[in-house]
Write a protein that binds this ligand. Structure first.
Ligand SMILES: Nc1ncnc2c1ncn2[C@@H]1O[C@H](COP(=O)(O)OP(=O)(O)OP(=O)(O)O)[C@@H](O)[C@H]1O
Ligand SMILES: [Mg+2]
Length: 481
């Protein structure tokens, strides 16, 4: 049956984004994404909104496949599929409970039939609908609104183990937060909607870990890579003109908006960002217009897609990608004037990137970081500096010292030893892992790097280490107070 096949292309975060689209279309001011767990097990995922809700007839239409309604000029919906496809691609059952102004709560459910493999659509008992709607969801009373509840989510860990559930959430919640922050960054920033993520322990009814989704704007650099950017490139198509807004990031930015963990690492965030009604449909990638390469990573292009371009720029049903027509690609290639076209933009971006690399090349070479440093720290060091050819990396480790010295430099073991008695002062109550205390370790790496390029420590270096150790120990004691 078709329901078994649709929705298979969704990642969990894209599916949630599709459900949030519906909430926004329903005029919701608040959307809550809630993970519900029962002891050691994650049981369901709910998307709750305070939008206009649905009455029974509207809900019946909403649960139908491919039933397109009349869309308003700013609506995010388009296919009449998202609710069903996004949910059933992720879960064994989808329950929608809703209440419109002046009507009774109603509910319907699509679920995978226990007997066969097919999905069935049922009407949900009115009392259950009422009960689910009146649960403590958003801070405000849900006089009207909608609860979309997914059960049997395939992505959830199957094991009955609280630790596994915890680490799943530790991984998936930030991922979801990043994704929603990126996709809806314009809408959140202009306060069209507020999105939060939280968790509920169903047995005791407690909720916690409320996380606000904050906007991640992929164009929010502080200063442009070059003062004459961004520049606009008009692309003429038979149905109208699209404007490509060409931005150049400054090199080596450490801003989260530059380093968005793009699911597709082949383009590292370079390329097109297509928006439709202020919702991001594609985050990076060149759609066959330009070949992605490392030195193009500063180049990003914002494009607003509207109905006129439907024949040229088509979104996939998951709303994560745009398919560009051959005519569009050709029009982009031939767009522009003698002073500015896409090729100029790419060349300028590459030149800016390479220039910054060359400057990094004149910096003194360092000994590379080894074990004990967080991967992000290692990556940033690798981007900023070149390494001394053939040098053994520096490790940084905690160790039980016999006295209260803060650190020791061990050239033979290529290790900076840190006294474990200061560990909790440094890491606070954030727990400990091999790569903990990234700030302290990065600072010590930069401070002590020179020592590791020599063969032995002279009296002067030994005294420096002693001095730094004494000051750091004093600081750690203050931290622990
Ligand atoms: N949270 C909600 N609040 C109110 N109405 C909703 C909600 N979710 C869905 N609906 C109704 O159900 C209909 C179907 O939703 P669905 O996501 O399947 O399709 P769509 O939004 O119309 O198009 P698309 O496939 O592009 O998402 C919507 O058009 C809307 O009328
Ligand atoms: Mg939809």
């Amino acid at each position: 049956m078709i329901l078994n096949a649709i929705g298979l292309n969704y990642a969990l975060e894209a599916a949630v984004a599709d459900l949030v689209d519906n909430s926004i279309d329903a005029g919701a001011s608040n959307v809550l994404v809630r993970f519900i767990r029962r002891g050691p097990r994650l049981v369901s995922l709910c998307i709750v909104d305070d939008g206009r809700g649905m009455n029974e007839d509207q809900l019946r239409a909403a649960m139908a496949l491919g039933k397109r309604r009349d869309y308003g000029p700013n609506d995010l919906g388009h296919f009449g599929l998202g609710l069903k496809a996004a949910s059933l691609g992720q879960a064994r059952s989808l329950t929608v409970i809703s209440r419109a102004a002046d009507s009774r709560p109603c509910g319907m459910r699509w679920s995978k039939d226990n007997v066969g493999q097919d999905f069935m659509c049922d009407v949900v008992d009115q009392d259950y609908a009422e009960m689910l709607l009146s649960r403590p969801w958003l801070q405000v009373e849900l006089g009207r609104g909608t609860v979309v509840r997914l059960d049997g989510v395939m992505d959830f860990p199957g094991a009955l183990d609280a630790e596994i559930a915890n680490s799943y959430l530790e991984h998936v919640v930030p991922r979801l937060r990043n994704h929603l922050g990126l996709v809806f960054h314009r809408l959140i920033a202009k306060k069209a909607v507020s999105i939060t993520i939280d968790q509920e322990e169903a047995e005791i009814g407690a909720t916690g870990l409320l996380q606000q989704v904050t906007p991640i704007d992929p164009f929010a650099y502080q200063t442009s890579g070059r003062p004459d950017y961004p520049r606009t490139l008009p692309v003429r198509l038979d149905s109208g003109t699209v404007e490509l807004r060409c931005h150049m990031w400054p090199p080596r930015s450490q801003l989260a908006a530059f380093k968005i963990p793009y699911s597709d690492s082949s383009h590292q965030g370079q390329g097109f960002y297509f928006y439709r009604h202020d919702r991001l449909l594609q985050a990076g990638g060149w759609n066959g217009v330009v070949h992605p390469e490392r030195s193009l990573q500063l180049a990003r292009v914002a494009v607003d897609v509207d109905e006129r371009l439907e024949g040229h720029l088509t979104m996939n049903p998951e709303k994560t990608r745009i398919q560009a027509s051959a005519a569009f690609i050709q029009a982009v290639e031939s767009a522009g004037s003698e002073t500015f076209d896409l090729r100029t933009f790419c060349e300028d971006s590459i030149r800016r990137f390479k220039e910054a690399r060359r400057r990094a090349g004149t910096r003194r070479r360092v000994v590379p970081p080894g074990r004990g440093f967080a991967p992000e720290v290692r990556r940033s060091i690798g981007e900023e500096l070149k390494f001394v050819e053939g040098s053994e990396p520096i490790h940084i480790r905690w160790y039980d010292f016999e006295d209260d010295t803060f650190l020791e430099v061990d050239l033979e073991e290529r290790t900076i030893w840190l006294n474990r008695q200061y560990r909790s002062a440094v890491t606070g109550d954030r727990g400990t892992s091999l790569n903990d205390a990234p700030l302290l370790k990065a600072a010590l790496y930069l401070l002590l790097n020179d020592l590791f390029s020599g063969e032995f420590l002279g009296a002067r270096e030994k005294d420096d280490v002693k001095l730094w150790g004494a000051v750091l120990a004093a600081a750690a004691r203050v931290e622990a107070q």
